[in-house]
Ligand binder design. Structure first.
Ligand SMILES: Cc1cc2nc3c(=O)[nH]c(=O)nc-3n(C[C@H](O)[C@H](O)[C@H](O)COP(=O)(O)O)c2cc1C
Length: 174
């Protein structure tokens, strides 16, 4: 990996932000910037070839039939304005695999499907075998389109999950 990583995340002030900070540390603070998505526009993506998008799934807000938090909801029209050419994307998401077993990290799936429709290059898929859940919008072609993190019921696994995932990203980011 030669180029800096832009970590765009939301919401702020909770577990998604905490995990975004850990991911930045694991990549190397000099090689990654943390940017709250609520302050971002499509043009902010132009600075980066390597982009990580992070979210939590809470279902409090809706966008069409899809559920997310307001930060990503507000950003949604910007997906049409991003120049996807030459960029590589990876996703992570906070969820709760016990209480919301049938909607585990759904928002990662909603964002991932937008990227797929846009023809974006996506890396950092994760096998489902390390997780217990019943259904998830984020399972695409039998694997998670991004990294699931459960700080509610599996916080002891977070650091290992992040270090394995970021080690892989470093080999596939440009
Ligand atoms: C009202 C509510 C709804 C939730 N819905 C989901 C859900 O549909 N799927 C899921 O995986 N987690 C769900 N969660 C769990 C959150 O995603 C999880 O607690 C996450 O770590 C919160 O991150 P944040 O503090 O950054 O918002 C929900 C939590 C709340 C409070």
């Amino acid at each position: 990996m030669k180029n800096k990583v832009g970590i765009f995340y939301g919401p702020t002030g909770g577990k998604a932000e905490n995990v975004a900070q850990k991911i930045r540390k694991a990549i190397g603070e000099d090689m990654a910037d943390l940017i709250p998505i609520k302050n971002s526009k499509a043009a902010d993506f132009d600075k980066y070839k390597n982009i990580i998008l992070g979210c939590s799934t809470t279902g409090k807000e809706t966008w069409d039939a899809e559920r997310t938090k307001p930060d990503w909801d507000l950003f949604r029209p910007e997906f049409d304005k991003i120049n996807y050419e030459g960029k590589t994307f990876a996703l992570f998401g906070l969820g709760d695999h016990i209480t919301y077993a049938s909607k585990f990290i759904d928002t990662v799936g909603f964002i991932g499907k937008i990227l797929i429709r846009k023809g974006a290059k996506i890396v950092g898929q994760v096998p489902t075998s390390g997780y217990k859940f019943t259904d998830s919008e984020a399972v695409i072609n039998n694997e998670f389109i991004g990294l699931p993190i459960d700080e509610d019921y599996e916080p002891e696994l977070t650091d290992k999950r992040i270090s394995e995932w970021t080690a892989k990203l470093k080999t596939v980011f440009s």
